[in-house]
Ligand binder design. Structure first.
Ligand code: ZN
Length: 201
Protein backbone atom coordinates (compact mmCIF):
# COMPACT_ATOMS: atom_id res chain seq x y z
CA UNK A 1 0.00 0.00 0.00
CA UNK A 2 1.37 3.48 -0.84
CA UNK A 3 2.87 5.64 1.90
CA UNK A 4 1.20 8.77 3.28
CA UNK A 5 3.51 10.93 1.18
CA UNK A 6 2.57 9.04 -2.00
CA UNK A 7 -1.12 9.48 -1.17
CA UNK A 8 -0.54 13.23 -0.73
CA UNK A 9 1.24 13.41 -4.09
CA UNK A 10 -1.58 11.53 -5.80
CA UNK A 11 -4.10 13.98 -4.31
CA UNK A 12 -2.10 17.02 -5.42
CA UNK A 13 -1.35 15.66 -8.91
CA UNK A 14 -4.98 14.72 -9.44
CA UNK A 15 -6.31 18.10 -8.28
CA UNK A 16 -5.84 19.94 -11.62
CA UNK A 17 -7.74 17.14 -13.40
CA UNK A 18 -10.56 17.35 -10.86
CA UNK A 19 -10.75 21.13 -11.29
CA UNK A 20 -10.71 20.88 -15.10
CA UNK A 21 -13.32 18.12 -15.23
CA UNK A 22 -15.59 19.83 -12.67
CA UNK A 23 -15.52 23.10 -14.57
CA UNK A 24 -16.13 21.31 -17.86
CA UNK A 25 -19.20 19.58 -16.42
CA UNK A 26 -20.67 22.42 -14.32
CA UNK A 27 -19.42 25.59 -16.09
CA UNK A 28 -19.60 27.11 -12.63
CA UNK A 29 -16.60 28.47 -10.73
CA UNK A 30 -18.24 28.24 -7.30
CA UNK A 31 -19.25 24.59 -7.70
CA UNK A 32 -15.79 23.77 -9.09
CA UNK A 33 -14.24 25.39 -6.02
CA UNK A 34 -16.48 23.31 -3.74
CA UNK A 35 -15.61 20.06 -5.53
CA UNK A 36 -11.89 20.94 -5.39
CA UNK A 37 -12.12 21.96 -1.71
CA UNK A 38 -13.94 18.74 -0.80
CA UNK A 39 -11.40 16.71 -2.79
CA UNK A 40 -8.42 18.34 -1.06
CA UNK A 41 -9.97 18.11 2.41
CA UNK A 42 -10.84 14.44 1.87
CA UNK A 43 -7.49 13.56 0.30
CA UNK A 44 -5.38 15.28 2.93
CA UNK A 45 -7.26 14.97 6.22
CA UNK A 46 -10.74 13.47 5.91
CA UNK A 47 -9.85 10.28 4.06
CA UNK A 48 -10.09 6.54 4.72
CA UNK A 49 -6.77 6.36 6.62
CA UNK A 50 -8.33 8.16 9.60
CA UNK A 51 -8.82 4.55 10.73
CA UNK A 52 -5.10 4.39 11.73
CA UNK A 53 -2.35 6.67 13.04
CA UNK A 54 -1.74 8.27 9.63
CA UNK A 55 -0.82 11.63 8.11
CA UNK A 56 -4.53 12.36 7.68
CA UNK A 57 -5.06 11.69 11.37
CA UNK A 58 -2.04 13.78 12.44
CA UNK A 59 -3.22 16.76 10.39
CA UNK A 60 -6.13 17.23 12.79
CA UNK A 61 -3.57 18.46 15.32
CA UNK A 62 -4.96 18.74 18.83
CA UNK A 63 -8.40 17.76 17.53
CA UNK A 64 -7.15 14.38 16.31
CA UNK A 65 -8.38 12.70 19.50
CA UNK A 66 -11.91 12.89 18.06
CA UNK A 67 -10.92 10.12 15.62
CA UNK A 68 -9.71 7.68 18.29
CA UNK A 69 -13.14 6.03 18.83
CA UNK A 70 -13.46 5.77 15.01
CA UNK A 71 -10.10 3.94 14.90
CA UNK A 72 -11.06 1.66 17.78
CA UNK A 73 -14.23 0.42 16.14
CA UNK A 74 -13.03 0.15 12.55
CA UNK A 75 -10.51 -2.35 11.27
CA UNK A 76 -7.85 -0.69 9.09
CA UNK A 77 -8.82 -0.76 5.41
CA UNK A 78 -12.22 -2.21 6.19
CA UNK A 79 -15.18 -1.57 3.90
CA UNK A 80 -16.55 0.93 6.43
CA UNK A 81 -13.53 3.23 6.09
CA UNK A 82 -12.21 2.46 2.59
CA UNK A 83 -15.42 1.39 0.84
CA UNK A 84 -17.14 3.28 -1.98
CA UNK A 85 -19.66 5.86 -0.63
CA UNK A 86 -20.05 4.10 2.74
CA UNK A 87 -16.60 5.29 3.89
CA UNK A 88 -17.26 9.00 3.26
CA UNK A 89 -20.89 8.78 4.42
CA UNK A 90 -19.88 7.19 7.72
CA UNK A 91 -17.16 9.80 8.34
CA UNK A 92 -19.60 12.65 7.62
CA UNK A 93 -22.21 11.15 9.98
CA UNK A 94 -19.53 10.54 12.63
CA UNK A 95 -18.25 14.13 12.46
CA UNK A 96 -21.77 15.60 12.43
CA UNK A 97 -22.77 13.48 15.44
CA UNK A 98 -19.69 14.68 17.34
CA UNK A 99 -20.40 18.32 16.45
CA UNK A 100 -23.99 17.98 17.63
CA UNK A 101 -22.86 16.31 20.88
CA UNK A 102 -20.47 19.20 21.45
CA UNK A 103 -23.03 21.85 20.48
CA UNK A 104 -25.82 20.61 22.79
CA UNK A 105 -24.17 21.63 26.11
CA UNK A 106 -22.61 24.75 24.58
CA UNK A 107 -25.95 26.03 23.29
CA UNK A 108 -27.66 25.13 26.58
CA UNK A 109 -25.07 27.20 28.50
CA UNK A 110 -25.37 30.09 26.00
CA UNK A 111 -29.17 29.95 26.35
CA UNK A 112 -28.88 30.23 30.14
CA UNK A 113 -26.52 33.19 29.92
CA UNK A 114 -28.00 35.08 26.98
CA UNK A 115 -31.58 33.85 27.24
CA UNK A 116 -32.34 33.25 23.53
CA UNK A 117 -34.74 30.74 22.03
CA UNK A 118 -33.34 27.61 20.40
CA UNK A 119 -35.23 24.73 18.88
CA UNK A 120 -33.14 21.76 17.72
CA UNK A 121 -35.97 20.27 15.68
CA UNK A 122 -36.52 23.53 13.84
CA UNK A 123 -32.77 23.89 13.29
CA UNK A 124 -32.51 20.35 11.87
CA UNK A 125 -35.55 20.89 9.64
CA UNK A 126 -34.25 24.25 8.31
CA UNK A 127 -30.78 22.79 7.66
CA UNK A 128 -32.19 19.78 5.84
CA UNK A 129 -34.54 21.96 3.77
CA UNK A 130 -31.64 24.22 2.75
CA UNK A 131 -29.41 21.26 1.83
CA UNK A 132 -32.08 19.55 -0.22
CA UNK A 133 -33.50 22.74 -1.75
CA UNK A 134 -31.68 26.03 -2.08
CA UNK A 135 -28.17 24.61 -1.61
CA UNK A 136 -28.64 21.20 -3.22
CA UNK A 137 -26.05 21.80 -5.98
CA UNK A 138 -23.50 23.02 -3.42
CA UNK A 139 -24.15 20.01 -1.16
CA UNK A 140 -23.73 17.63 -4.12
CA UNK A 141 -20.51 19.41 -5.18
CA UNK A 142 -18.98 19.04 -1.69
CA UNK A 143 -20.16 15.40 -1.48
CA UNK A 144 -18.67 14.56 -4.89
CA UNK A 145 -15.39 16.24 -3.90
CA UNK A 146 -15.22 14.32 -0.61
CA UNK A 147 -15.97 11.02 -2.31
CA UNK A 148 -13.46 11.59 -5.13
CA UNK A 149 -10.76 12.38 -2.56
CA UNK A 150 -11.56 9.20 -0.62
CA UNK A 151 -11.70 7.06 -3.75
CA UNK A 152 -8.38 8.35 -5.10
CA UNK A 153 -6.96 7.06 -1.80
CA UNK A 154 -8.75 3.69 -1.78
CA UNK A 155 -7.99 3.05 -5.45
CA UNK A 156 -4.28 3.71 -4.98
CA UNK A 157 -4.36 1.41 -1.91
CA UNK A 158 -5.93 -1.41 -3.94
CA UNK A 159 -3.67 -0.90 -6.95
CA UNK A 160 -0.61 -0.79 -4.65
CA UNK A 161 -1.66 -4.03 -2.92
CA UNK A 162 -2.37 -5.81 -6.23
CA UNK A 163 1.03 -4.74 -7.58
CA UNK A 164 2.77 -5.96 -4.42
CA UNK A 165 0.94 -9.30 -4.57
CA UNK A 166 1.91 -9.72 -8.23
CA UNK A 167 5.55 -8.99 -7.44
CA UNK A 168 5.65 -11.33 -4.44
CA UNK A 169 4.05 -14.12 -6.54
CA UNK A 170 6.68 -13.57 -9.23
CA UNK A 171 9.44 -13.67 -6.60
CA UNK A 172 7.97 -16.88 -5.11
CA UNK A 173 7.81 -18.55 -8.56
CA UNK A 174 11.41 -17.56 -9.32
CA UNK A 175 12.54 -18.90 -5.93
CA UNK A 176 10.70 -22.17 -6.60
CA UNK A 177 12.37 -22.54 -10.02
CA UNK A 178 15.81 -21.88 -8.51
CA UNK A 179 15.14 -24.43 -5.75
CA UNK A 180 14.02 -27.04 -8.31
CA UNK A 181 17.16 -26.47 -10.36
CA UNK A 182 19.28 -26.87 -7.23
CA UNK A 183 17.53 -30.10 -6.25
CA UNK A 184 18.25 -31.72 -9.65
CA UNK A 185 21.05 -34.28 -9.32
CA UNK A 186 24.25 -32.95 -10.92
CA UNK A 187 26.86 -34.84 -13.08
CA UNK A 188 24.70 -37.92 -13.47
CA UNK A 189 25.15 -39.85 -16.74
CA UNK A 190 22.19 -39.58 -19.07
CA UNK A 191 21.45 -43.33 -19.06
CA UNK A 192 22.03 -43.73 -15.36
CA UNK A 193 18.43 -44.64 -14.74
CA UNK A 194 18.66 -47.76 -16.90
CA UNK A 195 20.23 -50.80 -15.24
CA UNK A 196 23.53 -51.69 -16.90
CA UNK A 197 23.72 -54.96 -18.69
CA UNK A 198 26.71 -57.05 -17.75
CA UNK A 199 28.21 -59.20 -20.40
CA UNK A 200 28.46 -62.85 -19.66
CA UNK A 201 31.94 -64.15 -20.20
ZN1 ZN B 1 -5.68 3.48 3.14
Amino acid sequence: MPSGRTHDRITLWTLPWIIGLSYLLTRNGELTLLVAGGFLFSGLMFGPDLDIYSRQFQRWGKLRCIWIPYQKYLRHRSLLSHGFLIGTLLRVIYLLALLILLAIPLIAIAQLILGFDWNWRLFAQTSLNSLTGKYLSEAIAVGVGLELGAMSHSLSDWIGSAYKRLNSNKAKNTAKKVQKRRNKPQNVPLNSSKPRKTRKK
